[in-house]
Design a protein around this ligand. Structure first.
Ligand SMILES: [Ca+2]
Length: 341
């Protein structure tokens, strides 16, 4: 449409130029052959003037039409963009609902698989299953690969003593030589040494907590005092759901400092999934379920005695020692809700 209008405009301009040339020639011939053809010449000039006026008005009309066309096209494009955005929003919403449902289906499938295997073949799935097979000494164990359950071989540390035992340790801080300021991939697969400081890996934590689980967090300060926090319900989503944390039912004497992180995605220094304008993982120097940003930061920087009260990026549990006291020792461990020692 715009192209046709442009052609018309070009035609109009050409006609205008032609008319101008013609008028000049007519004027010249008027000068050359006065005054015999004066009447005829004036007639020609008048008719040319009319034509020029007509063309000018046509030209004006065309420009106005073109402007309206352009406005309409812009409006249409804006409408389309708006509709596109709405469509995108709907797709995102549908996708997140789908992955949530998928996650739940996986949990249900695994739970039914487990109840089937535990009665038939007694699969070793975690430290709780080892405990029920009469392994009662705390230490390092190798969980065998189980294709039926879809679990790889995994080296774990089992706490078989605390509060009835059967705990699979998912995190420990005590030596202080392993950096916890790591990227998404390292937090996904795990890092560190199973007898020292380590993060078991988000994929493994996801797998372990597909059965309804309890988490127990044990803390020790530089004065040698200990506290704990337990949550009667603890689970994390899969990677597609950014290992989102769900927990409930606090008990203990350390304070409820993980509740603030409930319903948040996992973030690392290269993946900002927190609920904050800031990049919490970079500021607090760890991978964690950052909200905006923390009420606890168990994967923060390990500060030694003397340096442990100076920084806000340490291993903190606000409910006990506040935001600038970095703890000396931490252990996070899980076991199934249905476990009975
Ligand atoms: Ca952020």
């Amino acid at each position: 449409m715009a192209k046709v209008s442009l052609n018309l405009v070009a035609l109009g301009v050409t006609l205008l130029l032609l008319a101008e040339t013609w008028a000049q020639r007519a004027k010249k011939s008027q000068v050359d052959s006065k005054p015999a053809k004066a009447g005829q010449c004036c007639e020609e000039v008048r008719s040319l003037k009319i034509q020029v006026a007509n063309l000018t008005s046509l030209f004006g009309e065309l420009s106005r039409k073109q402007e309206t066309d352009l406005r309409n096209v812009v409006k249409q494009i804006m409408d389309l963009e708006k509709r596109n955005r709405q469509q995108e929003d709907r797709v995102t919403e549908a996708e997140s609902k789908y992955s949530e449902i998928n996650n739940r289906v996986e949990i249900i499938q695994l739970q039914s698989l487990q109840s089937a295997t535990h009665t038939s073949s007694d699969a070793i799935y975690d430290c709780a299953s080892l405990f029920t097979k009469n392994y009662r000494i705390s230490g390092e164990y190798n969980l065998p690969k189980d294709e039926f359950l879809g679990t790889p071989e995994l080296s774990v540390f089992c706490d078989m003593e605390t509060n009835g035992g059967g705990w699979t340790v998912i995190q420990r801080r005590k030596v202080g030589l392993t950096s916890f300021n790591r990227d998404w991939k390292q937090y996904k697969t795990g890092f560190g040494s199973i007898r020292g400081d380590f993060w078991l890996g988000n994929d493994h934590i996801f797998r372990l907590t597909r059965q309804p689980s309890v988490i127990r967090i044990e803390l020790e300060d530089w004065e040698g005092e200990t506290r704990y926090a337990e949550y009667g319900y603890f689970t994390v989503g899969n990677e597609l759901n950014s290992y989102k944390l769900f927990l409930a039912n606090y008990s203990g004497n350390a304070g409820d400092s993980l509740r603030y992180h409930n319903n948040t995605n996992f973030s690392t220094n290269n993946k900002d999934n927190d609920k904050c304008l800031d990049d919490c993982a970079s500021i607090r120097k760890g991978g964690y379920w950052y909200n905006c940003c923390t009420d606890s930061n168990l994967n923060g920087v390990f500060y030694r005695y003397g340096e442990h009260t100076r920084n806000a990026d340490g291993i903190t549990w606000y409910g006990w020692h506040g935001s600038t006291y970095s703890l000396k020792r931490v252990e996070m461990k899980v076991r199934p809700v249905g476990f009975h020692p």
